[in-house]
Design a protein around this ligand. Structure first.
Ligand code: AMP
Length: 112
């Protein structure tokens, strides 16, 4: 999609370092990390959010990417969060589906 920053990162138009990549998804570090590990898992095709008709195959690829990122970052066993901000009330600012993989610190029990 024109003018979508994550489309441009995913298709290589904007250079980035991928921690994980396959045919359907990529993962790269968040520009403004909120924790020691803060990685974004992003489908290469454009979906506005998690309820935008994302194919099961793409969701499965995203889960595989989360597993890979968590393993690489050494947080697969200590724990991490996967967050998909969706819409205005959740503060979604980039309208291309992405999962935040956040960890490397004790985040406590509070979610919101
Ligand atoms: P959200 O509020 O869920 O839409 O989060 C969007 C996230 O994308 C924020 O955490 C930003 O820091 C991050 N972000 C925006 N532009 C970039 C970029 N060029 N590279 C990496 N992360 C980005």
């Amino acid at each position: 999609m024109d003018d979508c920053i994550f489309c441009k990162i995913a298709n290589g138009e904007i250079p980035s370092t991928f921690l994980y990549e396959d045919d359907l998804v990529c993962a790269f570090r968040d520009l403004n990390p909120q924790a020691p590990t803060h990685v974004l898992v992003v489908p290469k095709a454009h979906y506005a959010n998690i309820v935008d008709g994302v194919p099961a195959e793409t969701l499965a690829a995203m889960v595989k990417a989360v597993d890979s990122v968590a393993t690489q970052e050494g947080i697969r066993d200590t724990g991490f969060r996967v967050i998909a901000n969706t819409g205005k009330d959740a503060g979604q600012t980039v309208h291309h589906l992405h999962w935040h993989v956040i960890g490397g610190t004790n985040m406590g029990e509070r979610l919101a």
